[in-house]
Design a protein around this ligand. Structure first.
Ligand SMILES: *Cc1c(COP(=O)(O)O)cnc(C)c1O
Length: 354
């Protein structure tokens, strides 16, 4: 056989690819590492799944996902023409990167933020301008100036993995003045004090993306959407895979939207648990960033990497990001109150040991 020769574009060969959080198989763990919701999806989702006629899978899904887009439009006060559905919101991020960046059109994003953004730019062969956040992960005053050469500025708000919420007035200033697309990734907005959906009405260069993976307890379903000016949605529809949202995903996403009360209850429970965990961790000497999400970003009073590894040995999985800006912290997903009690008990032992 001939020796292997790479035919990949050099940017693909030279990159490492995105590393998702671990999905453990086997031994039961308390899984607090990928911001999944600890509660099951809405009962209506179960009913719809059970009533689903499996023979229908023979057919292609609606390529335009019209029913679910119409429901989202009704709920948000927009029209279906303002909504695009995605295979998770990661699909939306990929579509946007492909639409708005290339070798001549860089992306901009903060550092630290969701590490998928620079990976997507790399895959596209686009430069990614990283804008360092200040102490406490606040936005720098000259963010607009630093991003000025980019054509796409992706901002996670609330930010991940830090959990904080950039001031809405600063966001609006960026939307009004940035000469390019501002994509506001609102994956965690349902857990947050406010959101930026209203900017879509005022600024034709703004895209707001959302996901069903966190607040709707449906990470396995892969459903996300974005809201933007009709012209932007039209262009993104050209770029997406024809059948990017599976039939079952469309049906179950719709069922989730109909169960409004379940959704509200779930989100309220997670927020209450988040507040209690924040107080408890601070009581143990952790530095905890104020969170508007379903996780907390917390610096333990002991070495963070050892704390992460020790928790793992005790079958509690959290996330550790070894980069310089984040290596003193762990990211802990909000679980059930029982899971948080177990986490705190083990934590007390580990801190006592040092
Ligand atoms: C979880 C997450 C997403 C992606 O969620 P999907 O499961 O692909 O919908 C997007 N952005 C941020 C910041 C996230 O944390």
């Amino acid at each position: 056989m001939n020796a292997y020769v790479s035919y990949f574009r050099p940017e693909i060969d030279n990159m490492t690819g995105y590393t998702p959080g671990e999905q453990p198989k086997g031994a039961p763990v308390i899984k607090l590492n990928t911001n999944e919701n600890p509660y099951p999806p809405a009962p209506g989702v179960k009913k719809t799944l059970e009533a689903f006629q499996y023979e229908k899978l023979r057919l292609y899904p609606d390529p335009l996902a019209l029913e679910v887009r119409a429901e989202i439009a009704a709920m948000t006060g927009f029209t279906p023409g303002n909504i695009i559905a995605g295979n998770g919101s990661d699909d939306i991020l990929t579509i946007a990167t492909r639409c708005f960046t290339d070798v001549h059109r860089p992306m901009a994003c903060f550092d630290p933020t969701y590490s998928l953004y620079p990976t997507l730019a790399g895959l596209q062969g686009a430069r990614c301008i990283r804008i360092p956040l200040r102490e406490e992960f606040e936005m720098p005053g000259d963010a607009l100036e630093q991003a000025r050469n980019a054509n796409l500025f992706i901002i996670a708000r609330p930010n991940a993995p830090t959990g904080n919420l950039f001031p809405k007035a600063k966001m609006e200033e960026i939307c009004a003045k940035f000469n390019g697309i501002v994509l506001i990734d609102e994956a965690y907005a349902d857990f947050s004090r406010d959101n930026c959906l209203d900017f879509v009405r005022k600024y034709p260069n703004v895209i707001v993306s959302r996901t069903f993976s966190k607040s709707r307890c449906l990470a396995g379903l892969r459903f996300g959407f974005a809201v933007a000016h009709e012209k932007i949605i039209d262009g993104m529809m050209k770029m997406k895979d024809s059948y990017n949202v599976p039939m079952l995903t469309q049906k179950l996403a719709l069922a989730s939207l109909w169960d409004r009360n379940y959704f509200d209850t779930c989100v309220a429970k997670v927020k209450a648990t988040r507040e209690a965990l924040t107080i408890a961790l601070r009581g143990l000497g952790f530095k905890v960033i104020d969170s508007d999400t379903n996780f907390v970003f917390a610096a333990p009073p002991i070495d963070a990497k050892n704390y992460f590894l020790d928790l793992k040995r005790r079958n509690i999985l959290v996330r550790y990001f070894p980069a310089a800006r984040t290596c003193a912290y762990v990211r802990i997903t909000i679980g059930t109150p029982e899971e948080m009690t177990e986490l705190l008990n083990v934590t007390k032992e580990l801190i006592g040991k040092q």
